[in-house]
Design a protein around this ligand. Structure first.
Ligand code: ATP
Ligand code: MG
Length: 590
């Protein structure tokens, strides 16, 4: 599958630092091989899309291959639901794992073999320090660590203990296997990192075969090398792990076919939303959203349901570029990419979100007219559809004012407006209920002004309004979305502290606790949720909207882009607002 870019300037842009490295390697004849390594513990989000476009995109561009590798080294949390969803999302984005589909758990045997080899060569040892002791021995950023008393135990003793760890003779936390590197290293990651911990957890792929599991920092470079990865591209938080990555590859080189190189790039963060899977999971589990594919979520499934296209996401990733400095991208940029894409693709229809009835007093009650409207003003090949015009119709409440505000050029008594694709009408008055609310508006039609006819070019000051005739109005539900977060203050430190994970075997348990206990400081963002992120309204729409399939994108004239939701029924179509029409980003840029 080829990746298309909507950006005409893409080819002329100078290459980013990553692409320069890959291109230089390809020019030297290196077979480019990348991988995308998601942990199957949640759905992919738009941050992952950046990584996907980079990994799959660069391989594609330089004649290489990209693997999909599920990083299932943590047995506790993975789920086949997530595996399937991730595969589906990658395909949807327009990519395919041309290099193959793998699992980190495929390499458990190889990892074990390398671990034994290291023990024999004095490069690893079985430690007996408990969690607190390990922390104490580790030192701090300013203070070197000190050697564990078990660090220099004979290799045979470590080997025996390691085999018994594997055989299930010990309790969780009683022993760990650690690489023997340097407790005085200025990089804490290098202070004898844990390579294996005991975990009595069944793995969804390897079942009960193992009760010891390799740490990510150990399994990941081994997986990369076994798959012949040339460039292991990852986000910036792995930078301090690179020396360990290189150490692992270096010391197992005789057992591995390739020597991959790790290169980091900045993670994508966006305004007014959270990005980490942990936080997204908290939203799903806590019932703050309807699921992983809730259209408010920054997940690919949520964005898709909202009506965002794969092309818009690829365009977005290409527009934000690639750098080594973390930054937060304005959500409005994604909206602009969506508008650019849907502007060309979405059929135009008329829908009224807040209906106000209009009666055309000089139009016979039993007279209707069938009007043909183009689906797209610039693309005749997209065909046309029909709408009915009759005596009663609906316009937006906000398009009428009994007493017009200054500069108001829509419907008000004595003023003329055009009904889109139909006639010029003049407002003659309105009816109100006992509370003073306008319930009906009365207009007369200029019978000579039908769009497309000779009288159609009569110039008027009034605007052109969208409308739906009462004769064929279909009631529908519109779901209007606003950002998840009320403000951006929850965005500090979105990156999970993975550095800890490498040096502390117990960290995964802590992470689980954190997930279970949402009151922790990590979850402060829940207090900042926008209470108005979803507004549901009942409107009326043309029959065209009834026929189209869920997933269809439409432009509601003057209102925005909408996408038909799978919740739609024959009686009640449901539409998600994908994005409004107004390009706030372009305005801000000016
Ligand atoms: P999260 O913090 O959301 O759970 P993660 O890094 O733990 O993200 P993984 O499943 O391990 O999620 O990610 C797979 C790949 O996607 C990794 O290589 C990671 O670097 C990359 N990735 C994750 N989030 C982002 C992001 N926001 N921007 C760019 N790349 C990302
Ligand atoms: Mg991760």
């Amino acid at each position: 599958m080829a990746i298309e870019t909507n950006e005409p300037a893409a080819k002329e842009k100078s290459l980013n630092f990553l692409e320069e490295i890959v291109k230089e390697a390809a020019d030297r004849g290196v077979a480019i091989q990348t991988r995308f390594p998601p942990e199957p513990n949640g759905y992919l989000h738009i941050g992952h899309a950046k990584s996907i476009c980079i990994n799959f995109g660069l391989a594609q561009k330089y004649g290489g291959k990209c693997n999909l590798r599920f990083d299932d080294t943590n047995p506790a949390k993975e789920d086949t639901e997530f595996v399937e969803a991730i595969k589906n999302d990658i395909h949807w984005l327009g990519f395919d794992w041309t290099g193959g589909l793998y699992y980190a758990s495929d390499y458990y045997d190889k990892c074990y073999e390398i671990a034994e080899d290291w023990i024999r060569r004095g490069l690893a040892y079985v430690d007996e320090l408990n969690k607190e002791q390990m922390r104490e021995y580790r030192g701090t950023l300013t203070k070197p660590g000190k050697n564990s008393p078990w660090r220099d135990r004979p290799a045979e003793e470590s080997l025996d203990l390691f085999r018994r760890m594997r055989a299930g003779e010990f309790a969780e936390g009683q022993y760990t296997l650690r690489a023997k590197i340097d407790m005085a290293s200025p990089n804490i990651v290098m202070r004898d990192p844990t390579m294996y911990r005991i975990l009595y957890k069944e793995h969804w792929r390897t079942g009960k075969k193992w009760c010891i599991y390799p740490m990510y920092d150990f399994a990941h470079p081994i997986g990369d090398a076994l798959e012949g990865i040339s460039h292991s591209l990852c986000s910036l938080e792995y930078e301090i792990h690179r020396p360990l990555y290189d150490w692992v590859v270096e010391h197992s080189q005789s057992m591995l076919p390739a020597r991959p190189r790790q290169i980091e790039f900045a993670r994508l963060n966006m305004t007014r939303t959270v990005m980490s899977k942990r936080k997204l999971r908290a939203l799903v589990m806590g019932g703050y959203v309807k699921g992983w594919d809730d259209p408010r979520m920054p997940t690919l499934s949520g964005l898709r349901r909202r009506g965002c296209t794969a092309a818009a996401i690829r365009d977005f990733v290409s527009r934000i570029g690639l750098s080594k400095a973390d930054s937060t991208v304005d959500t409005a940029l994604l909206d602009a990419c969506i508008r650019d894409d849907l502007g060309e693709k979405a059929a135009r229809v008329m829908a009224v979100l807040h209906p106000l009835k209009v009666v055309l007093t000089n139009w016979d009650a039993d007279k209707t007219l069938t009007l043909t409207v183009e689906n797209h003003p610039k693309h005749p090949e997209m065909g046309s559809h029909t709408v009915t015009f009759g005596r009663e119709l609906y316009i937006e409440q906000e398009d009428f004012m009994e007493v017009p505000a200054k500069k108001f050029q829509r419907m008000y008594p004595g003023f003329e407006v055009r009904l889109n694709g139909a006639y010029i009408v003049k407002c003659e008055g309105c009816k109100k209920d006992e509370n003073g609310n306008v319930t009906e508006v009365y207009c007369t039609v200029d019978m000579d002004s039908l769009s497309g006819s000779e009288g159609a070019d009569r110039k008027i000051k009034g605007k052109t309004l969208h409308w739906v005739s009462a004769a064929d109005a279909v009631p529908f539900e519109a779901r209007l979305y606003d950002p998840l977060l009320a403000d951006d203050s929850a965005l500090e430190d979105e990156t999970e502290p993975i550095a800890e994970d490498a040096v502390d075997a117990e960290e995964t348990e802590e992470a689980e606790e954190a997930d279970a206990n949402l009151s922790r400081a990590d979850y402060d963002f829940l207090k900042k949720l926008n209470q108005h992120s979803l507004t549901v309204v009942r409107g009326v729409i043309e029959p065209y909207a009834k026929e189209c399939a869920p997933g269809t994108a439409l432009q509601f004239l003057r209102t925005g882009y909408f996408c038909k939701d799978p919740d739609s029924t024959a009686e009640l179509p449901v539409f998600n607002r994908t994005v409004g029409l107004r390009d706030a980003f372009a305005k801000a840029a000016k």
